[in-house]
Write a protein that binds this ligand. Structure first.
Ligand code: NAD
Length: 324
């Protein structure tokens, strides 16, 4: 059984939830984060933390060797689709070169399993639902960096006999009921975060980026998954790839498409004030619609969603925002 797990980006939104769950499951958690978008208050007190960049091979390798790390959950990345279009170099350097350098620091260590947070943005836009075999054609620079990183990981793991889990997250939302962790980073341009920031104001203004997409109500459609379900998937995938000594690529969503307008209406139901809704131009790089086919996920790790109630998800986001 795996005990010592390193989480890169463990001071971020998703990493802190994975750390919280794995610590509950009696794992020893080690975190490397450069705190570029992460926060000290999200670092679990029971985890051992190293302030470092994943590109610092020497420092990372020393930490891995010293703590006898057996598994790496690699989340450290920059992730705003909009920013990636404006600053492609930053995205390639951090997400692609960063991943390559992290892999270099694993060489000849005891790491046997590697889990990577990929994204639905690696797929071609416009499909009803995507399986893991759907054509890969990222629309955004961010998606391109995730796909390149996937390929580098697969190649490295095959060559060096590591098991990998490539997890293509759809849109991750919600916050832990512990009330201690949630999304802090305001700049990732994520719908639930933007709406949560607005709704706690006296005069909330909700922005819709484009209402003439080829979808039922004209706004973008996404498959939103609660961060605690994402954390549970990590725990199960880790067990599976380690036990069976195999690798997996999995879509992580609920197989449920929700439009921006529907999310906005759910937030409005929770607002004490009048909400203004403003329609803005489409953003470059945004896909019109993306929904996961999760047949493989459900079968291969015997997983069922636990936190998929939209109204509860919205409430958990608002409660967290009020605490900030
Ligand atoms: N949030 C989503 O909806 C979503 C969807 C698909 C994929 N993902 C992926 O999940 C991962 C985590 O996302 P998140 O939402 O928790 O974002 P986040 O910004 O909260 O977390 C990323 C963490 O990585 C750290 N980091 C970034 N670059 C680093 C580097 N070079 N060295 C060390 N640390 C570094 C940041 O400080 C931060 O703590 C990312 O890889 C992202 O691409 C997220």
């Amino acid at each position: 059984m795996i005990k010592n797990i390193l989480i890169t980006g463990g001071a971020g939104y998703i990493g802190s939830h994975i750390a919280e769950l794995l610590i509950k499951k009696k794992k020893k958690i080690f975190i490397i984060d450069n705190l570029s978008t992460g926060h000290r208050r999200l670092i679990n007190r029971k985890a051992k933390f190293l302030l470092a960049d994943i590109k610092n091979i020497k420092k990372v390798r020393k930490f891995i060797e010293k703590n006898n790390i057996e598994c790496v959950i690699h989340l450290a990345a920059v992730l705003s689709v909009g920013e990636s279009e404006k600053k492609p170099k930053k995205y390639f350097m951090n997400n692609v070169t960063g991943t390559s350098m992290l892999l270099k620091s694993l060489k000849n260590t005891n790491v046997k399993n590697f889990i990577f947070s990929s994204s639905c943005s690696v797929y071609k836009d416009g499909y009803q639902k995507v399986t893991e075999k759907t054509i890969l054609r990222p629309k955004s620079v961010y998606g391109k960096t995730k796909l390149l990183a996937e390929r580098i990981i697969m190649k490295y793991c095959k060559k060096n006999k590591l098991n990998y889990g490539i997890l293509r997250f759809f849109n991750v939302v919600g916050a832990s009921p512990s009330g201690k962790i949630g999304q802090i980073n305001k700049y990732s341009d994520q719908l639930f975060k933007n709406l949560s920031i607005e709704i706690v104001k006296r005069k909330p203004l909700f922005k819709i980026y484009g209402d003439n997409y080829y979808t039922k109500d004209g706004t973008c459609v996404r498959d939103y998954i609660h961060v605690l379900d994402i954390a549970e998937i990590h725990s199960k995938v880790l067990e599976k790839i380690d036990k069976k000594n195999k690798s997996l690529t999995l879509n992580c969503g609920y197989s449920r498409g929700i439009s921006v307008k529907k999310v906005i209406n759910q937030f409005i139901r929770n607002s004490k004030h009048d909400v203004k809704v403003k329609i803005l131009k489409k953003r470059k790089g945004d896909m019109s619609k993306i929904i996961a086919d999760t047949t493989k996920l459900r079968k291969s790790i015997k997983w069922k969603p636990k936190y998929n109630n939209l109204s509860k998800i919205v409430k958990s986001c608002i409660n967290w925002e009020k605490k900030l």
